[in-house]
Design a protein around this ligand. Structure first.
Ligand SMILES: [Zn+2]
Ligand SMILES: [Zn+2]
Length: 652
């Protein structure tokens, strides 16, 4: 490839072209300059780091010759696109290693994914762990050879002939689905050829750290009628330190898995006997849920909401009016027949809240009206999509609907955003990722309405002085929205709050209020959930805090650990005093030694352990141990009650 470019260069009368950088600066280069050469002209460090480039918006290889004036963006590994090209290139390297070790294996496809890459292989014998080690070692060996990824273009028929000769029947099948006159590109590194659009990294030597993670079965083209292939997942980095951090975070994520902690702390379970995606809240989890709900209710009254309660099912007509039976049908369960009429389990609470609004005529003087409910809804999710508390089939939304006059919109959106952030911060969350999603191609409502609503959302974000990203065209068809995600210590994000404008339902239900002019007007409506769903929020809370919850949320705040049975009587008096102060306390009355009792309480992540023996009983004290902090010393019970109550009040 390189030599071809050089030949071409010699044969042409080369002129200079102008390259424009993202910061607006421009620089002259000889025609056919490559992104890599441009990077070299800036610094050798940049040249080492550049993975791929965008030339006039198109993603290209680093040795792509630029023929005319162009805007260029050099892409490094630290960007999403850089990672994608890097990981996809590593998938090619893995396929090369697999075929070097197992020549009869056929290759299919190997894309980059959110974290790393995979490649699907057709092999009669599934790969073992030892095979993975061998493949990984072979990849490292091939990486060190600095094999260049070279691109070649050919006609579809030439490509089909090439892959047919190689016995790569899956590649031939892919080519068959491409129009006959399309130009096809193939990439070669060393002796390995793959059908691919590209781009790729410049050579395999850029891959410095590799880890193959697991194998699984996967049907060709995701269709279970097709042959089962063997998929290998892996990840790679340009630096060994990055791989170490990734593997460490992966371990940490496993430790934080809410399904694991949920079991260890006896918080919840999901039982096959009950049904997939249906959550059983055990006493410890239900205690936390009730604390969350209590706090949520108090806050809603304080923020001017009115709490309502609505049924779990509603007549078909309701869902026809709302449009859910039309566009949301796939997420709804089959109807229940009552008195020969069809009723549906509710997938959303909105129509019920609208019915309360419409229970009598509304005057502009009553607006804004804000109805909130912990509303339990049921939505169908494919069984493969279900995941612990994060994806379920029945869940309770902390739902609310704000119905207001157009002139109240800015204030209401702003107040809702402030409320969301205050609510999330109360649970110990500090870092947020915020998205503003605007009008999609298919939408109801006029562009003027969309502009007005989007402007209100934007204004609220700016007033709150928080960073946000715009998801252009990412709004629901019925209105723009703000989504708030929580970021955790492992840099993972969890969807929580959503503030969603709606142009659709007020029209469909014919919602009205009588204005100051004595005429009927259509109100604006906002759907919002601050926590999202209680189930997912609880899962997030568990993973974020790794089960070490803020004191105010802990189902058991203090565990009394008597040194022996003799001191249980004193322990009981301590419990009584704690309970009287509103502190949740329990005593370990097992026959175990104190060391064992401490270990148990530590495993249960109980914040305070009060050890009571002879000395403590005589001095009316307790020996205090704090989870993760160790021994704090002996204190009077009153002192500890004050300490604990102030920590609870501070919600730390
Ligand atoms: Zn490729
Ligand atoms: Zn709603």
């Amino acid at each position: 490839m390189k030599s071809e470019i050089e030949k071409e260069r010699q044969s042409e009368d080369l002129m200079n072209i102008e390259i424009r950088f993202p910061d607006g600066n421009t620089k002259e280069f000889p025609q056919n300059v490559t992104p890599l050469e441009i990077a070299e002209s800036i610094s050798s460090g940049l040249a080492r780091q550049v993975i791929t480039a965008k030339v006039n918006g198109a993603v290209v290889d680093c040795n792509f010759p630029i023929r005319q004036d162009a805007a260029i963006e050099l892409i490094k590994f630290d960007s999403d696109l850089g990672k994608e090209v890097y990981w996809h290139s590593t998938a090619h390297l893995m396929a090369q290693a697999v075929q070097a070790l197992f020549p009869t294996v056929k290759v299919t496809i190997g894309p980059a994914i959110e974290n790393g890459f995979y490649y699907d292989f057709d092999t009669d014998v599934p790969f073992t762990d030892t095979d993975l080690e061998k493949i990984e070692a072979k990849m490292k060996e091939l990486a060190k050879e600095n094999l260049e990824f070279t691109r070649k273009e050919l006609s579809r028929n030439e490509a089909m002939q090439l892959f047919a000769d190689m016995g790569e029947t899956y590649k031939v099948e892919i080519l068959e689905s491409i129009p006959e006159d399309d130009v096809i590109s193939i990439y070669t590194q060393g002796d390995f050829v793959d059908l691919c659009r590209g781009p790729h990294i410049i050579h395999t030597g850029k891959i410095k750290a590799i880890k193959l993670l697991k194998t699984s079965g996967a049907y060709w083209r995701g269709d279970e009628k097709n042959k089962m292939l063997q998929r290998i997942y892996g990840i790679s980095f340009p630096d060994k330190k990055l791989l170490r951090k990734y593997l460490h975070d992966l371990e940490e994520a496993k430790k934080r898995d809410h399904r694991r902690i949920g079991k260890e702390l006896d918080l919840f379970s999901i039982s096959d006997a009950i049904g997939a995606g249906l959550v059983l809240w055990h006493p410890n989890g239900a205690m936390m849920r009730s604390i969350i709900e209590q706090f949520w209710k108090e806050q809603h009254y304080a923020y001017g909401y009115k709490l309502v309660n609505t049924p779990h099912i509603g007549k078909a007509h309701l869902w026809e009016t709302s449009g859910h039976l039309g566009f949301y049908n796939e997420s709804m369960y089959n109807p229940i027949i009552v008195d020969e009429q069809e009723y549906y389990l509710k997938p959303m609470n909105c129509p019920f809240h609208i019915a309360i609004y419409q229970s009598h005529k509304r005057s502009y003087r009553e607006l804004p009206i804000k109805y909130a409910e912990m509303g339990t809804v049921y939505r169908y999710e494919k069984s493969g999509a279900l995941h612990g508390l994060m994806r379920v089939r029945g869940f309770t939304q902390d739902d609310a609907h704000i119905i207001c006059m157009p002139e109240q919109l800015d204030d209401e959106v702003s107040a809702t955003l402030d409320f969301s952030l205050a609510m999330l911060r109360a649970f110990g969350f500090e870092h947020f990722q915020i998205y503003l999603s605007t009008m999609p191609e298919k939408a109801v409502g006029t562009p003027e309405d969309w502009d007005k609503a989007s402007a209100a959302l934007r204004k609220a974000l700016e007033k709150a002085e928080i960073d946000y990203e715009i998801d252009e065209g990412g709004g629901a068809f019925y209105g723009p929205k703000i989504d708030i995600k929580i970021k955790d210590a492992l840099n993972r994000s969890w969807q929580c709050s959503t503030i969603q404008f709606d142009f659709n339902l007020p029209t469909r239900f014919g919602m009205e209020y009588i204005g100051a002019d004595n005429e009927p007007h259509q109100p604006y409506m906002i759907h919002r959930a601050l926590l999202g769903s209680l189930e997912r929020f609880f899962g997030t809370l568990i993973e974020y805090h790794a089960g070490n919850f803020p004191l105010w949320l802990c189902p058991v705040q203090v565990k009394i650990l008597p040194i022996s049975e003799k001191f249980e009587a004193y322990g009981k008096t301590v419990i009584a005093r704690l309970k009287k102060a509103g502190i949740r306390a329990e005593m370990d009355i097992s026959n175990e030694k104190i060391g064992y009792k401490i270990r148990e309480a530590e495993m249960q992540k109980i914040p305070f352990m009060f050890i009571v023996g002879q000395q403590e009983a005589e001095s009316n004290q307790v020996s205090v141990r704090r989870h993760t902090k160790g021994t704090l010393g002996a204190f009077s019970v009153d002192h500890m009650i004050d300490e604990i109550l102030s920590e609870i009040a501070a919600k730390k």
